[in-house]
Design a protein around this ligand. Structure first.
Ligand code: SF4
Length: 102
C-alpha cells in the first residue's frame, strides 16, 4: 500500500513537471527566418523553400521534426538546441539537420 502511494506521488510529480516544461516551451517565440543565425544556417519554416544552390546538403524528406536536435510532442512546432529560447517549425529545415536516431 505504501509503495503504491509513493509511486502515485512520484508519477504525479513527473506529470506536473512535464506540464510546466511544455507550457514554458510553448511560451517561446518562433524563430524568424530573418534572424542572423537562422540566415547563416539556411533555416526555413518550410523545407520546400530550402535554397538548394546554397545548401546542397539538403535532401527531400529532411525536416526539423525528424531531426535529432528537435524536441516536441508533435511534428508541427518544437524546440531546437541550436536555437535556444526559440521554437522552430516541424516542417522546417536548416543546414545542421541530423537524422533522428531510432
Ligand atoms: Fe531544424 Fe534540426 Fe536545424 Fe534545429 S538543427 S533548425 S531541428 S533542422
Amino acid at each position: 500500500m505504501k509503495s503504491t502511494r509513493r509511486r502515485f506521488m512520484a508519477v504525479s510529480a513527473v506529470s506536473v513537471a512535464s506540464l510546466v516544461t511544455s507550457k514554458v516551451a510553448f511560451a517561446q517565440p518562433m524563430l524568424e527566418e530573418s534572424a542572423p543565425q537562422a540566415v547563416a544556417l539556411g533555416y526555413v519554416e518550410d523545407a520546400a523553400n530550402v535554397d538548394t544552390a546554397k545548401f546542397a546538403k539538403y535532401q527531400k524528406g529532411q525536416v526539423c521534426s525528424n531531426c535529432q536536435l528537435y524536441t516536441a510532442k508533435d511534428d508541427k512546432v518544437g524546440a531546437c538546441s541550436i536555437f535556444p529560447g526559440k521554437l522552430v517549425a516541424g516542417p522546417g529545415w536548416c543546414n545542421l539537420w541530423v537524422k533522428k536516431a531510432g
